[in-house]
Ligand binder design. Structure first.
Ligand code: PLP
Length: 388
């Protein structure tokens, strides 16, 4: 009989993708197989042995099938964190002597990994502006092997020229790799426009409940198999209990992200009109430099926005303290709204001049909009701004 996820739309895939029917013992909910090791049939290849680090135990395989369904991928892999997803992809695709073209607006941890670790691994990199395809050819070297970008940049929420990235990578024979954490597959599915590999910090929207750390990689069966091979040896595999929680979170991904899209749009419009707000960065606003491009590329503008107040750093700090609903915390993508100053948190590892060059001033605030009622959120910001 056909599986209910065959040819299904996103929300049906989120609930039914990867599910076994019937489930073990008839269970609707795929259980947590916490066992480390399983009996081995004669002739089993080492990488096919069922062992947690080898990513082959039932709870891990179940989660991976669900992740693949949601990204529209042949295969997917869960990792112990978003950074494990990134570093395992890099270690799989690059050899000593290789060069990477990377977006100059990468997540702080990805930026730090390249700037602090690449040289010792024999890799070199050039940061490029993901909005300026005309500058990429000059940065390409004979040994360039990869183009690494993010769907929505953090924290300026720019939307990279992703069709151009794919076209350039294909023309130049590079592997195109994208961090889709901020968009989630609800708003964008990079493999559908030709990216080779997509990865996530599943800690964020994919799980959505701020209660686990995980990563995901998806792509062709051939590439994901190579990444799995590396992961099995480096050891950054996801524990079955976290796999269970992540699969549970994934079932409501569409509902959550659409609520976050709506709330962020409502809040961004409110803030953009407020006299004490100097700038709002949200691609759903018609004033955003990438608005038209984002409207064509994405199914939703996402739950992340950033802003600057007229009153600078002191006002930014005062607003953070006056808000009742958003927690003052880094990270993102959970059901609860969060507010943070990237210069002090996600981008604290960058040199001040590198931060300023891409717009991350000390007073910039970033909001991860949750699934609370949009009216409560705007009223909370209105009341907090009144106190400044
Ligand atoms: N990519 C992006 C865009 C992120 O925001 C983060 C974490 O904040 C990561 C990757 C790293 O993910 P993790 O913290 O799960 O290792």
């Amino acid at each position: 009989m056909a599986h209910p996820s065959d040819d299904a739309r996103f929300d049906t895939l989120a609930v039914h993708g990867g599910e076994r029917r019937p489930g073990p013992e008839g269970s609707l909910v795929f259980p947590i197989y916490q066992g480390t090791v399983y009996t081995v049939e004669p002739g089993t290849h080492y990488h096919d042995i069922k062992y947690i680090r080898l990513n082959s135990t039932p709870s891990q395989v179940y989660l991976q099938d669900k992740l693949a369904a949601l990204e529209g991928a042949e295969a997917a892999l869960a990792t112990a964190s978003g950074m494990a997803a990134l570093t395992t992809v890099l270690h799989t695709m690059l050899r000593s002597g290789d060069h990477v073209l990377a977006s100059e607006c990468l997540y702080g941890g990805s930026f730090d990994f390249l700037t602090q670790n690449a040289e010792a691994l024999g890799w070199s990199y050039t940061f490029v502006d993901p909005q300026r395809p005309d500058t990429w050819a000059a940065a390409r070297r004979p040994n360039t092997r990869m183009f690494l970008v993010e769907t929505l940049t953090n924290p300026m929420i720019r939307v990279a020229r992703l069709h151009d990235v794919v076209a350039f990578a294909r023309q130049e024979g590079l592997t195109s790799v994208i961090d889709n954490t901020f968009a989630s597959p609800v708003n964008f599915r990079p493999l559908s426009i030709g990216f080779d590999l997509v990865f996530h910090s599943a800690t964020k929207y994919l799980n959505g409940h701020s209660d686990l750390v995980a990563g995901a990689v998806a792509g062709s069966a051939e590439l994901v198999d190579r990444v799995r091979h590396t992961l099995n040896l480096y050891g950054g595999s996801l524990d079955p209990h976290a796999a269970f929680l992540l699969a549970r979170g994934l079932k409501t991904l569409g509902l959550r992200v659409r609520a976050q899209n709506h709330n962020a749009m409502t809040l961004a419009r409110f803030l953009a009109e407020h006299p004490k707000v100097a700038e709002v960065h949200y691609p759903g606003l018609t004033t955003h430099p990438d608005h038209e491009h984002a409207a064509r590329l994405l199914s939703g503008f996402g739950g992340m926005l950033s802003m600057r107040l007229a009153g600078g750093v002191d006002a930014a700090q005062a607003l953070t303290e006056a808000l009742r609903i958003p927690y003052s915390a880094p990270s993102l993508g959970g059901v609860e709204s969060l507010i943070t100053r990237p210069a002090l948190t996600s981008h604290a590892g960058m040199r001040a001049e590198d931060r300023e060059r891409i717009g991350i001033t000390d007073d910039l605030l970033r909001v991860s909009v949750g699934i609370e009622d949009a009216a409560d959120l705007t009223e909370d910001f209105e009341a907090a701004l009144r106190k400044l």
